[in-house]
Structures are given as structure tokens and as C-alpha cells.
Design a protein around this ligand. Structure first.
Ligand code: ATP
Length: 361
């Protein structure tokens, strides 16, 4: 796969605040790549460096193999869609989309054709004469998209473009954006702090914290095989149990205590006696069973049940005091409905669904 964007050892500080620390990232042609991380981790700064609104302190940014570190934004084949849309209120939809083509003195026949194509791509072919204030939030967002797409950018940068929309429209736009990206084949770099949005749209997700990349991977990999505790807790709901290695049984099996219970786990060779670790369990992998059921691995008291339509969410307090969250889907097994709050319950999961993570932050 052909690299389109390469960040090579990029560092950036604002005064004493180091925002990006020797960051390396390659973005390949045609992919939908999402930068995900908590507020302030440096996502927008990375996007602004690529767009040319900021200069790196050190390192190189390559676009199609050419160094663009100090190239002004209008000389890079990259366009940005902002959270605020930034439409010109006094211009019609057509003129908003045509604006950058007029600046580039594109002949009027070609301009007309390209604006119409861009408006058709975002499903607003009849809206050219309207003013932005006559459009809904979702429609304004599509105009902002058309205005970027009309330049036929090599890479489209999207900085939290859906965050101003209500949740239903946001979900619909996620599907539309992904379909549009696939249809146009343009490389998308999307910034969000919403993990669900990142997982549902992206080919690859880059999870960032404090200016460094914690993990890069496909949505499934990030969710099911988080590289460390930070990724496990930031992406999705998680239960974390504390464990300690108590004995080595054979080559790869180690005896361990997890939240006070003795168990046998298969751990990597790098674990030693006395090592502390965490066991990650996703709520949807946990099932409530009778405490005497042979499949029960842990037991505790059912302290809460929340009906959510598709799922019944249960909170179980273990004897250690730790609370576990379990989401039971109604279309699977229906045990959860048989239990009453206050009752003792067992918690089971299919072996192998747990993920063991070293306790190193
Ligand atoms: P958010 O999700 O809140 O937008 P982010 O991950 O996109 O966060 P950035 O906008 O990249 O984070 O900001 C990273 C850090 O850099 C923050 O501490 C921010 O205050 C700081 N910062 C960003 N731009 C500037 C600037 N122009 N001058 C000074 N500090 C800045």
C-alpha cells in the first residue's frame, strides 16, 4: 500500500507545553484513519501540522514522498473540514462551494461542473441557491464537506466534524461519511475523542495520549486486543480485575490470584512470580449464572439491574468490593432476568475472552 502521508519523528511544543513527542505515523492511500484520544492529547495539533497551519519544531512531514514542513496550506493538496463548518453566511451554498475554485481562477464551465458534482456527492444537488441559515445542521455539515471535496484533495482532514450534531443525525452522518469515503477513494484523516465513532468508521485507529501513540490498529484489534491499560480503558467499557502471579506451573501456565481467588492463567513468558497484572473483561462477555453453576468463575451480590432495551445491564459487587458491569443481550441467553437485585450470583465468561495486561500504566 502506498504511503500518502508520513510523519517522521515529529515534535511540537507551545511554550513549555510539549504537545507531540517524536511521533512517527504513516497514512496509506485510500484509508480512513482516525486519531482518537482524550482532550489535549495532540490530535488537532497533528492535523494542523499536516494542513500547514502549524510548523513542527523537529522532524519531517512528507506528502506523497515530498517534504512539506514549511509549505503554506494553499500549496498542499490537503483540505480540512472543521467542527464549526465555517461557511460564509452571506454566500449561497453554490458560492460557498465555488469559493476556492474562483480563487484559483478555474474557468466557469469547469467550476459549474465541479460544484455540481461536489453537491451531488453530498446529496444536496437542489440546494445551490440557499443560504447557510436556511439549512439544518446536518445539511450545513454536508456543504462544508462539499466545499472541501470540490478541490479534489489528496487527503481530507476532518476535525471533529460531527460533534455539533445530535446523536441520531451523528450516527446517520457516520454511515454517510464512510460510504462517501469508500466511493471517492480519498484518504480521510478524522479526529475525534468519541471511541464509538472511531470504531464504527475507521480502517485504522490511532490511539493517542500526551502526544504519543499508544496503539495503531483496526477497530477490532484496538477493542479486543488493547496494547495496554490506557487503551483498554479509553476504548469501550471495561472491567479490570487485579491479579498477582503466585506460582509457575509449567512452560506457559502460571498460577495466579485474581481479586483474591485462585486461578490458572496462561501468561506470556515475560511474567514472573509476584508480578502484578490486570485482567480485562468486557461487559458483553460476562454472564450471570447461579453461584453453584460450574461455569461460575467469580461470585458476588447483584446490586443493580438497568433495563436498556437491547441489553439488561447488571452490576455485581464481588466479595473484594470491586464492582463488575455485565451487559446481557436479550436475544442470547436470558439468565439475567431470572435474578433479583440483592441476590448472590455467579459470573461466567467464555475462556479466552479475558485479556491479561501488565500493570505498568
Ligand atoms: P481536543 O479534543 O480538546 O481538541 P486535542 O487532542 O485535539 O484536544 P490539541 O488541540 O492538539 O489537543 O492540543 C494539545 C495541547 O496543545 C493542549 O494542551 C492545548 O492547550 C495546546 N495548544 C494547542 N494549540 C495551541 C496554541 N496555538 N498555543 C498554545 N497552546 C496550544
Amino acid at each position: 500500500m502506498k504511503p500518502v502521508v508520513q510523519f517522521q519523528s515529529i515534535s511540537k511544543s507551545f511554550g513549555a507545553n510539549t504537545v507531540l513527542r517524536s511521533l512517527n505515523l504513516t497514512i496509506v492511500e485510500g484509508e480512513f484513519l482516525t486519531l482518537l484520544g482524550p482532550s489535549g492529547c495532540g490530535k488537532t495539533t497533528l492535523l494542523r501540522l499536516l494542513a500547514g497551519f502549524e510548523l513542527p519544531d523537529s522532524g519531517d512531514i512528507l506528502l506523497d514522498g515530498a517534504r512539506v514542513n514549511a509549505l503554506p496550506p494553499d500549496r498542499r493538496n490537503v483540505n480540512t473540514v472543521f467542527q464549526s463548518y465555517a461557511l460564509f453566511p452571506h454566500l449561497s451554498v453554490f458560492d460557498n462551494v465555488a469559493f476556492s475554485l474562483r480563487m484559483k481562477k478555474i474557468p466557469s464551465m469547469e467550476l459549474q461542473e465541479r460544484v455540481e458534482q461536489a453537491l451531488a456527492a453530498v446529496d444536496l444537488p437542489e440546494f445551490g441557491t440557499r443560504k447557510p441559515r436556511q439549512l439544518s445542521g446536518g445539511q450545513q455539515q454536508r456543504v462544508a464537506l462539499a466545499r472541501a471535496l470540490v478541490n479534489r484533495p489528496r487527503v481530507l482532514l476532518l476535525d471533529e466534524p460531527l460533534s455539533a450534531l445530535d446523536s441520531k443525525l451523528r450516527k446517520a452522518m457516520q454511515v454517510e461519511l464512510k460510504a462517501l469515503q469508500r466511493q471517492l477513494g480519498i484518504t480521510f484523516v478524522f479526529v475525534t475523542h468519541d471511541q464509538e465513532e472511531a470504531l464504527s468508521m475507521s480502517d485504522r485507529v490511532v490511539v493517542m495520549r500526551n502526544g504519543v501513540i499508544e496503539q495503531i490498529g483496526g477497530p477490532r484489534e484496538i477493542y479486543e486486543k488493547p496494547a495496554n491499560l490506557f487503551v483498554a480503558q479509553f476504548v469501550g467499557e471495561s472491567n479490570l480485575l487485579e491479579g498477582i502471579v503466585t506460582a509457575r506451573l509449567d512452560g506457559s501456565s502460571l498460577a495466579a490470584k485474581v481479586e483474591g481467588l485462585d486461578c490458572v492463567l496462561r501468561l506470556a513468558k515475560s511474567y514472573h512470580m509476584g508480578d502484578r497484572f490486570n485482567v480485562l473483561l468486557r461487559p458483553e462477555d460476562l454472564h450471570l449464572v447461579d453461584p453453584s453453576d460450574p461455569s461460575a468463575r467469580l461470585s458476588g451480590q447483584l446490586v443493580e439491574q438497568i433495563y436498556k432495551g437491547m441489553t439488561l445491564d447488571c452490576v455485581v459487587e464481588l466479595d473484594s468490593g470491586k464492582r463488575l458491569f455485565a451487559s446481557e443481550f436479550f436475544d442470547q441467553e436470558e439468565h439475567a432476568r431470572d435474578f433479583q437485585v440483592g441476590q448472590r450470583v455467579g459470573v461466567s465468561w467464555i475462556g479466552g475472552r479475558e485479556r491479561v495486561l501488565k500493570n505498568n500504566g
